[in-house]
Design a protein around this ligand. Sequence first.
Ligand SMILES: [Zn+2]
Length: 52
Amino acid sequence: MDRDVARSCTSKDGYRTEDEARAHAAMNGMSGKLFAYRCHYCEFWHLTRRPT
Ligand SMILES: [Zn+2]
Protein backbone atom coordinates (compact mmCIF):
# COMPACT_ATOMS: atom_id res chain seq x y z
CA MET A 1 0.00 0.00 0.00
CA ASP A 2 2.66 2.50 1.01
CA ARG A 3 4.75 1.54 -1.97
CA ASP A 4 1.82 2.16 -4.26
CA VAL A 5 1.36 5.59 -2.77
CA ALA A 6 5.02 6.37 -3.33
CA ARG A 7 4.87 5.18 -6.88
CA SER A 8 1.69 6.98 -7.85
CA CYS A 9 2.07 10.18 -5.85
CA THR A 10 5.64 11.03 -4.90
CA SER A 11 6.91 10.87 -8.45
CA LYS A 12 3.99 12.79 -9.92
CA ASP A 13 2.58 16.22 -9.49
CA GLY A 14 -0.83 16.53 -7.97
CA TYR A 15 -3.48 18.92 -9.18
CA ARG A 16 -6.47 20.12 -7.27
CA THR A 17 -8.90 19.81 -10.12
CA GLU A 18 -9.27 17.89 -13.33
CA ASP A 19 -9.21 21.14 -15.27
CA GLU A 20 -5.91 22.12 -13.71
CA ALA A 21 -4.39 18.77 -14.61
CA ARG A 22 -5.64 19.00 -18.18
CA ALA A 23 -4.41 22.57 -18.52
CA HIS A 24 -0.97 21.44 -17.43
CA ALA A 25 -0.96 18.64 -19.99
CA ALA A 26 -2.00 21.11 -22.69
CA MET A 27 0.79 23.51 -21.71
CA ASN A 28 3.29 20.72 -22.22
CA GLY A 29 1.84 19.80 -25.57
CA MET A 30 0.67 16.52 -24.13
CA SER A 31 -3.02 17.12 -24.53
CA GLY A 32 -4.51 13.97 -25.99
CA LYS A 33 -1.51 11.92 -24.88
CA LEU A 34 -2.10 12.21 -21.18
CA PHE A 35 -5.28 11.89 -19.26
CA ALA A 36 -6.16 13.04 -15.80
CA TYR A 37 -7.38 10.74 -13.10
CA ARG A 38 -8.29 11.32 -9.52
CA CYS A 39 -5.93 9.56 -7.19
CA HIS A 40 -7.59 7.60 -4.44
CA TYR A 41 -4.52 7.86 -2.23
CA CYS A 42 -3.93 11.58 -2.08
CA GLU A 43 -7.22 12.78 -3.62
CA PHE A 44 -5.40 15.03 -6.02
CA TRP A 45 -5.46 14.64 -9.76
CA HIS A 46 -2.52 13.12 -11.58
CA LEU A 47 -1.66 12.84 -15.24
CA THR A 48 -0.83 9.53 -16.78
CA ARG A 49 -0.20 8.23 -20.23
CA ARG A 50 -3.33 7.30 -22.04
CA PRO A 51 -3.39 3.54 -22.37
CA THR A 52 -3.34 2.39 -25.95
ZN1 LIG B 1 -1.81 10.52 -5.62
